[in-house]
Design a protein around this ligand. Sequence first.
Ligand SMILES: Cc1cc2nc3c(=O)[nH]c(=O)nc-3n(C[C@H](O)[C@H](O)[C@H](O)COP(=O)(O)O)c2cc1C
Length: 244
Amino acid sequence: MSSSNRPANVEAFREAVVTRRSVRQFTEEPIPEAVLQDCLDMALLAPNSSNLQMWNFYRITSADKREQMAKACMSQKAAKTAAELIVCTGHTRNWRKHAKEILNQWPGDQPPKVVQQYYGGLTQFMYGMVPMDMLGFGARAKKGLRDSIGLVRPMMRTPNTEADMELWAAKSVALACENLMLALRAYGFDSCPMEGFDEQRVRKLCGYGRHEFTVMVIAAGRRHPKGIYHERMRFDRDRFIHEV
Ligand SMILES: Cc1cc2nc3c(=O)[nH]c(=O)nc-3n(C[C@H](O)[C@H](O)[C@H](O)COP(=O)(O)O)c2cc1C
């Protein structure tokens, strides 16, 4: 995988960013298989917390499941007309396995000591759930410990709870989702990220367990002429960009 430092093409990137819209209606044109796979590969290159890759992407392939998934997405037109539906999930438990695999698959010979300490030790403290967590004692103890250390030196205060872990995973998954959508745009295709869905039904259709959760469902395909509902609108940048 390339680690080249060559500059990316700003105008090509801007074109993808500016022309990406949430498209609510697609034509019947399929996305070529190679294009879709390339876009998914680019999604997997997104930055992610500690490189623990706590994501999954479920491409819905059977016609029957496609129909049910569109219904689970509240029968939104984007879902009903999409050439592809991709369910993007976060996982709050696979980090432990991934931490081990990072050490095993480290490029070159042995991972440096600092890397071994990071994945062998620090991640265990950061993301490991303490026993008895079902009653919330572990999470509270962990928070107390972090806050105590935080009195004397900078300390990461989260994650301590399952909800914290979901937030932790969702950040990285969302970045991968954006990569996927921009990659599709760069190929001339479009997308609609959706959080308007029935979590229980989406979960059942994909078949994942309780430590996995849906971040968004991405509808993708060729933009229909009626697929954009209105001009793009954003508030003034001064409202959001602060210098402190
Ligand atoms: C997490 C997330 C969830 C969204 N859910 C939906 C949705 O369920 N249905 C929909 O039509 N658009 C959905 N959108 C699209 C937003 O409405 C859209 O991004 C926003 O209006 C800005 O428009 P633009 O993407 O065309 O710039 C979602 C976007 C995000 C990031």
